[in-house]
Design a protein around this ligand. Sequence first.
Ligand code: GTP
Ligand code: MG
Length: 586
Amino acid sequence: MAIDSTITAFREPAIDKIYGPHKGLKPAQLRQLSRLYSRPFPVNRFLSPEFAERLAALSAELETPLCVYANRRGQVVRVGVGTPKETQFSPDELPRQGAERLSGLRCVATRLDGDGPSRGDLTALALQRLDALVILDVAIQGYRRQGGGLSGFVQRVHIANLVPDPLAKWVVSTPQPLGQVSNQDFDEFLGDLEDEFRREWTARVVESDRERVLLIDFFSTRTSQRAMEEELSELVQLVTSAGGEVLKVFYQRREQPDPSTLIGRGKLEEVALSVQELGANLVVCGRELTSSQARNLELALGVRVVDRTELILDIFARRARSHEGKLQVELAQLQYLMPRLTGKGEALSRLGGGIGTRGPGETKLETDRRVIRRRIAKLQGEVDDLQAHRARMRARRQRKEVPVFALVGYTNAGKSTLLNALTGAGTLVADQLFATLDPTTRRLELPTGDAVLLTDTVGFVHDLPPQLIDAFRATLEEVTEADALLHVVDLSNPAWMNHIQAVQHILESLPIATGPQLLVFNKVDRVSSQVRAFAEQEYPLAIFISAKNGWGFLALREALTRWMRSLSDLWPPMAESGTGGETDLN
Ligand SMILES: Nc1nc2c(ncn2[C@@H]2O[C@H](COP(=O)(O)OP(=O)(O)OP(=O)(O)O)[C@@H](O)[C@H]2O)c(=O)[nH]1
Ligand SMILES: [Mg+2]
């Protein structure tokens, strides 16, 4: 049981430790506080009057708020000086979130100056998923009862608890006298509350068996509103393509990111609250994170955190079908993971699988350094072999003197759709990012009887992880070795200009210069005449098509023929058209 194991974890190290800001306290006062650890705490009541009065008296004497946390077995597991917020458990000290929504801890806190729980107290209630938060309003002057013992310090009691309603989040009782609260049956209260949560939880799980994701991102103040929106919407698409469901998006816009957690403290707390409220089990960050940032975020949020690169690698891992694809993805994943192993493994192993932990072919990623290093070396050797193999294939194609055009472009631009429409290739088309991983080559007959080979390739994305470019060098050579490129652009995506730039950027970063490019604007069926006119003006040589319904194909075929002819000095004239029966070169 998650809760029981946590109890042991709490109790052993710190039976006399006092939490929270207590620098000014004298040793004798600290000893008084640590005695609270061994005081009996009732199991089936919110608290006992004796305990409440003792705590309130100490609080009045020290003139500071105090907190005591107890588990369901009636053991005091933490004593702290300060407010619930100042003494709270960090997410990694709490039991892992599962169907049981509550953490099995209740907090009794004193307040000297106020009336019931403050906003900060309630935030701490939600962050720790406490069974209940009991607030004692303390009178500075109590009295000594006849026959010993202190009394009269507790003026009123408020009970706050979480509710499974994302709008209300919590409820706070009306103030009650101590005698009334200490008579209430805690087991019954808890049983009802847990039933409510369980019902809500079951409803949610039935609703969706996908990973429940929160997005966080950071932007500098120079980033425009529009650029932010485009980036965030792409991030949402990436998560969806990885099989996750985005519950909420958080971003921060500042001069400088926080070096330890990327986003600042206030924002981080907002995200942590949301993780609890919405039952998220993964946080995806739009920026690349250092291993210490990832670790700090995981500790603060209590769920796994992956960055954009890991997300992309995960999608690749899911898509890889061929041996070649799997090999390259695994290499990229391990190369990315290797320098990030310090610190992260711990949190990962505690929190289990899901997005960012998958290897190609549903295997789990290895996290042992030595094993990884050996594996990387082996995979690199295999990718080298692959490269040699692909080079032989290309040489064969060149001998046949059929020019090769590679379809390149941003992911989801419609490259596979176009290949299918032109050649009937039957490649997978999907409204997902990175649907295609393995290059497919098909023969295309042109109106003149000439033929070219068309190769569909993996889609690009801005800030493509360099590990991917390296690991996919065998596949990307299909692009560098092609005689010419058809650069397909999704004109219906508002970010199309950025996409063109991102693709150019990646092409320029390849180790070998690529051939000439023909720009093909796709999805014109979804584009207004203004957008099209603008693109025509900006790119007068481009071709406009709809791969889906065949618009513009005639013009495209003609352009290809013309283009081929004008580049004919690159290839000797076709000796015999239609040479070679083999068209599927995979
Ligand atoms: N409306 C419209 N949708 C299109 C057109 N061409 C492609 N699509 C859709 O766009 C989505 C992506 O198409 P794909 O052909 O898989 O795109 P891709 O460039 O191969 O994508 P990756 O392999 O992921 O890089 C699919 O849902 C297609 O049906 C078009 O001309 N018009
Ligand atoms: Mg594709």
